[in-house]
Design a protein around this ligand. Structure first.
Ligand SMILES: O=C(O)CCC(=O)C(=O)O
Length: 259
């Protein structure tokens, strides 16, 4: 575990990432920068969310506009988050982990509102990405303290090394349309590592690393985080498959009155 971005040693970081399929940096950003990011997120929500399409903002309770659970493509709507994706130490971490140049493809807000925030089902991000080969990473920045009560991230150490993806099927959790159907083997359990962490902690995982998060059991605390997705420059994106998948998903969610 790195104590801060200042401890950053590229070859050590890559070795850890290749071994475990994830990395953790405590205090990637200091308190002042975290206050700035939190304030920018609040501004983003006030400025952009009211006019946003239903496929880019998900609510835990569709009748309660204070219950935002996920925002997608934040970099497309706002230069602050675009800059964070493209020009910050987060990009450097992604390039180090993947060992090549990357392109930033998404910034997402992940919240679990108090009392109602659902668990994140076990999944592998690459299953959703439609890229070949599956060379991609997701960074995850805690915007506030996160623990077992409000739903911390869990990774299955070494799970990125298996060939292909595990079996996924439609989940009922908005924002995570596919969950693993065979999660919970002895190997999964033995290698699961929980990541309770303080605000400013940064996690990054491989697109094949199995991960999940608990539900928010707190009646008063949210669980706010921002995700940053990068693809290796060398990958091929199946744009048609991605667009078809997203269109079908939007259609299904609207039919189910979830968005
Ligand atoms: O924040 C969460 O609960 C899940 C995040 C996640 O699945 C991801 O960053 O890939």
């Amino acid at each position: 575990m790195l104590q801060s971005a200042l401890d950053f040693d590229a070859s050590e970081t890559k070795d850890c990432f290749d071994r475990d399929g994830y990395l953790r940096v405590d205090s990637l950003f200091g308190a002042a920068k975290m206050a700035e990011i939190n304030a920018e997120l609040d501004r983003y929500i006030a400025q952009h969310v009211p006019g946003m399409s239903r496929s880019e903002v998900y609510y835990e309770d569709i009748n309660d506009d204070t219950s935002i659970k996920q925002l997608m493509n934040m970099h497309d709507h706002d230069s602050y988050f675009d800059d964070l994706l493209r020009n910050s130490v987060i990009r450097t971490m992604a390039e180090t982990a993947l060992g090549e140049e990357v392109k930033g493809v998404n910034v997402e807000y992940f919240n679990k509102p108090p009392g109602i925030g659902k668990a994140t089902p076990a999944h592998q991000d690459g299953y959703f990405f439609h890229i070949k080969p599956s060379k991609a990473v997701t960074g995850w920045l805690a915007l506030e303290d996160v623990d077992h009560e409000n739903g911390c991230i869990h990774y299955v150490r070494g799970s990125h090394k298996a060939d292909g993806f595990r079996t996924h099927a439609r989940s009922n959790v908005l924002g995570f349309s596919q969950g693993m159907t065979d999660f919970g083997t002895d190997d999964d359990k033995e290698n699961t590592v929980a990541f309770p962490c303080g605000a400013g902690t940064f996690l990054m995982h491989d697109s094949k690393t199995i991960h999940w998060a608990g539900k928010n059991r707190s009646k008063t605390r949210s669980r706010r985080a921002v995700g940053f997705i990068y693809f290796a420059k060398s990958v091929e994106i199946d744009k048609e498959a991605r667009a078809a998948y997203q269109a079908k998903l939007d259609q299904d969610l609207m039919a189910d009155n979830k968005i």
